[in-house]
Design a binder for this molecule. Sequence first.
Ligand code: CO
Length: 422
Amino acid sequence: MNEPTDKKCASRRKFLVGAAGLAAASAAGGAARAGNPNNQPPNIADWTKQLGDGVGVRAYGNPSKYEKTVVRRTVSWLTATPESSVSFTPLHELDGIITPNGLCFERHHSGIAEIDPNDYRLMLHGLVDKPLIFTLEDLKRLPRVNRIHFLECAANSGMEWRGAQLNGCQYTHGMVHCVQYTGVPLKLLLEQAGLKTNAKWIMAEGGDAAAMNRSIPMSKALDDCIVAYRSNGEMLRPEQGYPVRLVVPGWEGNVWIKWLRRIKIGDQPWYTREETAKYTDLLANGKARKFTYEMDAKSVITSPSPQAPLKQKGFTIISGLAWSGRGKVKRVDVSLDGGRNWRAARIDGPVFDKACVRFYSEFDWNGEELLLQSRAMDEGGYVQPSKDALRKIRGVNSIYHNNGIQTWALKASGEVENVEVG
Ligand code: CO
């Protein structure tokens, strides 16, 4: 839906006038949430009449008590046990590109390993000249890098293959997060050990009770993998692999081994459980794709969305996230009519390789029902496909790698529903 230029200008002017007028702003706030008038101008609020907590009371800061709903959530029927399960990032409550550490989705196969950093060791062995064992302090003494990358579970949006299922971007797309990792390039460790000429694959294994392990080709290991110990400046959270996890930029989350215990070097893949019985993609003809590592370009509108309905008509900001496992996101388009017409969204904030970008698209909502969509394009020219286009190639047996275009139906009431368009 391409609005004529003069109409767009008119809506922006209306917004500016509304925000500048004190009466108008107060009326809009009142419509959204009445609150306690005693705490609102011209009265003096309770919090202005008393001293607050002193420094040191909150030794490790937490969000405001009024932000209690901003939490990871689970879907009870999805898995048999909480130890082998998943929780979802509340994407609809966040902005920018960085996920706070405490809100990064979780995926465990045998629960959270609680590792004493003094007992932590990383073993490097197999087809190397010199097997090595690193302590955490050893790793911290080596040259390090800082990289912002998204991490997406291969099964993100996996419940949506056969039609719209879960009502909220937290559930449809919340198995993604994006943080800044600090750690040692894996290449550096491999070079220290010295690779034999037939060293073609690595097998990374976790120290959790599942001993989660995956095979990764040497070309990727030597490219941009990081043996990371920090996330957003602080040490990794236990649920994210404390004290050390593997970072495999752009590739499915399953290979980002947490609680990294060892890396074995070999001349062929190991065909572990997680790359045979799981994390392969069953096609319509009964054959399965294997070693499908890369996460293709994808995007989702996080607001408005089912958990973030619109509260009023008028100036409205569509906000969302886009990412690509094959490089930088180059462009994001937004549609208001289910994909018939597209307009370029505005990407705001930094654009990094294999990282989330934040996009916005503003419009004047007159209360009409809309079908909201977004589609990402990456620097390789790849365009995020419709779900139907994806199904034509991949069938509907799949769980993993569903990067189809999401549709949200915006109702006249402002409520939003997960739907599909034909
Ligand atoms: Co895969």
